[in-house]
Ligand binder design. Structure first.
Ligand code: HEM
Length: 561
């Protein structure tokens, strides 16, 4: 049915309302989907007339409403036949009231009792959320096991949620589960836990860009070791970039932060890699299952992966105790330096917590590089441009720290990969508690309304592809991430590392390591697809990655310098 202005309308309009003795009736008009489509399609005065008529039928002007309605009305539903011309008289005041009331946050229909449990695949949560954000746009909500979660997927709303005066990190769901492994460490601490400030003040100085820059050669040389093995692969040169870069990342973290070589670039992968995978995947799934099931069926494996991660950390501490050194690295700072503000040091158990947290956080960086390889394969012109830059800046000589700042286009590739992949797929926010005030919180200048304690998740897949900010958001265009184009992007479009006080503590390390490795990959290798029909499938837990993605790796055919 597609009514036009001047014609009579007969539509079903469900009116959701509640009587509040003090404030009078509150209304939300919720047309069913067919009515909604019809309203969209009909002309402006016709739609306005219909809405105005419905409003009046509920409460305000029963006489006027009586003139409008052909078929009468009940309290909750009105079967309307309205002449838009009459209704227009009431339009001005009523539409103003309607505009002032918040827009309901859309949600998938769900099923009775279980809510939206079938709208989110617990084995691929982020993919489900991406699909929902494609469908519902800037904001949507779901209900799982009786809990409502609100998801935000636009740059403007994400930017609003990043206002730390009004909002803060929400520690819930999978983040709480991972406390079984790392307790009140940096990533998992509640906002009011003193342990966060103590650990942050002790560790952050080690991750500032000035200190990270001193690790350039260690990062480069370890990558050189791995890439040397690739150059000797001969005919059996098919690799899983994720497996290889995970190894390199853990080897680099363990050496740079904790001063020990794992020798895990080749041979069996270090057990920490599998333990992190098992623990984070289980932490993501646990909030979607009943507690008893988690305990009875999945508890043992979760415990054993958490134990394996803590063993990795304990061995590093033991190694340091048995091999004293002057090295002032992160481990030595964690073990010996007190917090400058409180004078408190980390306890031995907290040292283990923070050691484990570093490779978990850091495991996002290799996933980013795997995406970059995937995008580069599909955009060969980007590789040509990047190589022009690399050949001009580095030429045939040794890659040194001073080159990094000149690799603007390669940096654009890294940032565009961060945007398009949303490799860290989201972060959690909640309204800051307001003393004694439980009134709803307004978003989007009053367009939406949420409960005072409503947990929200910023879905970066939606934010990073917001078409109001990024033209052709699905295209891979490093140019938009270089120079002024990048500087002029709104802050909400660059939240790849989270926000404010709880922004990624490893951001500078991740940016430097990723840029070094990306530059070396493009400079030194050609990547050929193993299966030209490979269709990108994504999966992941605390980070996402292409599934079953392999490439043939060959030393670069010819350099032009
Ligand atoms: C491309 C790589 C990376 C990305 C995209 C990334 C992204 C993020 C994001 C979005 C958060 C905020 C999480 C939240 O609000 O709940 C975060 C926090 C964190 N990240 Fe990263 N991260 C990366 C690399 C790293 C590295 C290399 C490390 C360790 C050296 C690390 C350690 C952490 C830690 C410990 C936190 C918690 C910080 C806190 O709450 O104080 N991350 N990261």
């Amino acid at each position: 049915m597609t009514p036009r202005g001047g014609e009579c309308l007969s539509l079903q309009l469900a009116i959701r309302g509640s009587q509040n003795e003090k404030r009078g009736p509150r209304l939300a008009l919720e047309p069913d989907p067919e009515t909604s489509r019809a309203l969209d399609a009909c002309s402006w005065p016709g739609a306005a007339g219909l809405v105005a008529a419905a409003w009046m039928s509920w409460h305000r002007e029963p006489k006027q409403a009586g003139r409008i309605y052909h078929c009468g009305s009940t309290k909750r539903k009105a079967n309307l036949c309205c002449c838009p011309l009459i209704a227009l008289r009431a339009f001005k005041s009523t539409i103003r009231k309607i505009m002032a009331s918040p827009t309901p946050i859309p949600k998938p229909p769900g099923v009775p009792l279980l809510g939206n449990i079938f709208d989110v695949n617990p084995s691929n949560t982020w993919d489900s959320l991406r699909e929902l954000s494609d469908q519902y746009g800037e904001i949507f909500q779901i209900k799982v096991l009786g809990k409502t979660l609100v998801f935000v997927a636009s740059v403007a709303l994400a930017e609003e949620l990043c206002d730390e005066k009004r909002f803060r990190k929400y520690v819930g769901g999978p983040i709480v589960e991972i406390r079984a492994a790392v307790h009140d460490a940096l990533f998992t601490a509640y906002d009011n836990e003193a342990s966060w400030g103590i650990a942050h003040r002790i560790i952050y100085p080690q991750l500032k860009s000035e200190v990270v820059s001193t690790h350039f050669r260690e990062m480069r040389n370890l990558a050189g070791e791995l890439f040397h093995t690739w150059k000797n692969l001969g005919g059996s040169n098919t690799i899983s970039p994720l497996d290889q870069l995970n190894r390199l990342n853990l080897e680099t973290n363990t050496y740079v932060f904790f001063g020990k070589r794992l020798n895990g670039l080749t041979g069996p992968p270090h057990p920490m890699i599998q333990a992190m995978e098992d623990s984070t995947s289980e932490a993501m799934k646990r909030p979607t299952r009943p507690r008893l099931l988690n305990w009875l069926v999945y508890g043992r494996k979760f415990k054993s992966s958490n134990k394996a991660m803590r063993e990795y950390a304990s061995e590093l501490v033991q190694y340091r105790n048995e091999n004293p050194t002057d090295r002032q690295d992160m481990l030595s700072i964690m073990m010996t330096t007190p917090d400058p503000e409180t004078g408190k040091a980390l306890t031995p158990s907290q040292v283990i917590d923070e050691i484990v947290s570093m490779p978990i956080g850091s495991s996002t960086a290799p996933c980013l590089l795997v995406y970059a390889i995937y995008y580069l394969q599909r955009n060969p012109e980007v590789v040509v441009k990047a190589r022009e830059e690399l050949d001009r800046v580095i030429g045939a000589g040794e890659f040194e720290f001073d080159h990094l700042g000149q690799l603007k286009y390669v940096e654009g590739i890294m940032r565009e990969s961060l945007r398009l992949s949303s490799v860290a797929p989201g972060f959690n926010i909640e309204p800051r508690p307001r003393e004694g005030d439980k009134s709803p919180v307004l978003l989007g200048g009053g367009k939406y309304q949420i409960a005072h304690n409503q947990p929200m998740i910023i879905v970066l897949q939606g934010v990073n592809r917001d078409p109001t900010v990024f033209e052709e958001p699905l295209a891979f265009r490093p140019e938009r991430m270089v120079g002024e184009a990048f500087d002029n992007l709104p802050a909400g479009a660059k939240k790849w590392f989270g926000n404010g006080k709880r922004e990624c503590i490893g951001k500078q390390y991740a940016l430097q390591w990723s840029l070094i490795i990306l530059a070396m990959l493009i400079r030194e290798f050609d990547f050929e697809p193993v299966s030209p029909e490979y269709h990108l499938e994504e999966d992941g837990w605390f980070n996402t990655r292409p599934v079953d993605f392999s490439v043939r790796v060959k030393a670069r055919a010819k350099a032009t310098y």
